[in-house]
Design a protein around this ligand. Structure first.
Ligand code: IMP
Ligand code: MG
Length: 183
């Protein structure tokens, strides 16, 4: 099967187009630039889902900032394991700094909640969270992201950093996965 055949067999519907994503990232960055000017900023990207969202966002932020990454894992396949593990260490100190934590999506809320706690434990003065997508009606913990590009329905979505079994992060749009592949 070619890439396009496999893709066709997986996509139920394109939810957000490349054009819409670009436009929304620009608008979000503008708001963040206005809100966060003057802060001592460190952007912490959650690998691997923050790519390509984070690089695109960074180019639009007119702010002085450092960039760091951490890796966290909570998913195996298409269902949350309910446990969040931080893999690896921050390369620079975030002591007293304002951290912007960036991920692809907020679903149960566990990852951002746990990672925020992790960053506060490392001495962050403030942790602000930012995601490309926010799934509606799926929180298991009381936590919302501060900056959100899109709301998506309670379906398995992939593309633009969001993976389906590790693949398709490189799609330039966000799509919903066919129901029969995960329900
Ligand atoms: P949470 O901890 O349940 O909020 O989930 C956050 C993490 O789960 C994200 O960083 C994603 O990696 C992953 N995730 C949640 N929903 C989806 C989805 O629909 N598609 C792909 N990954 C997802
Ligand atoms: Mg993730």
């Amino acid at each position: 099967m070619t890439f396009n055949d496999e893709l066709k067999a997986s996509v139920k519907k394109v939810l957000v187009s490349e054009k819409e994503i670009k436009k929304s990232i620009k608008a979000l960055a503008k708001k963040m630039t206005k809100d966060l000017e003057g802060e001592d900023l460190v952007v912490v990207g959650l690998l691997t889902g923050c790519i390509p969202f984070l690089p695109d966002l960074l180019k639009e932020l007119k702010l002085k900032l450092l960039v760091n990454y951490v890796q966290a894992s909570s998913y195996e396949g298409t269902a949350s394991t309910g446990k969040v593990k931080v893999i690896g260490e921050l390369k620079e100190s975030i002591e007293g700094k304002h951290v912007i934590l960036v991920d692809d999506i907020i679903d149960t809320g566990l990852t951002l909640k746990e990672l925020s706690k992790y960053l506060y434990d490392k001495g962050a003065k403030k942790v602000t969270t930012c995601v490309l997508a926010s799934k509606v009606g799926t929180r298991k913990v009381a936590f919302e992201a501060d900056y959100v590009c899109f709301e998506v329905p309670n379906e398995y979505v992939f593309g633009y950093g969001l993976d389906y079994n590790g693949y398709y992060r490189n799609l330039p749009y966000i799509a919903a996965l066919k129901d029969e592949l995960y329900k």
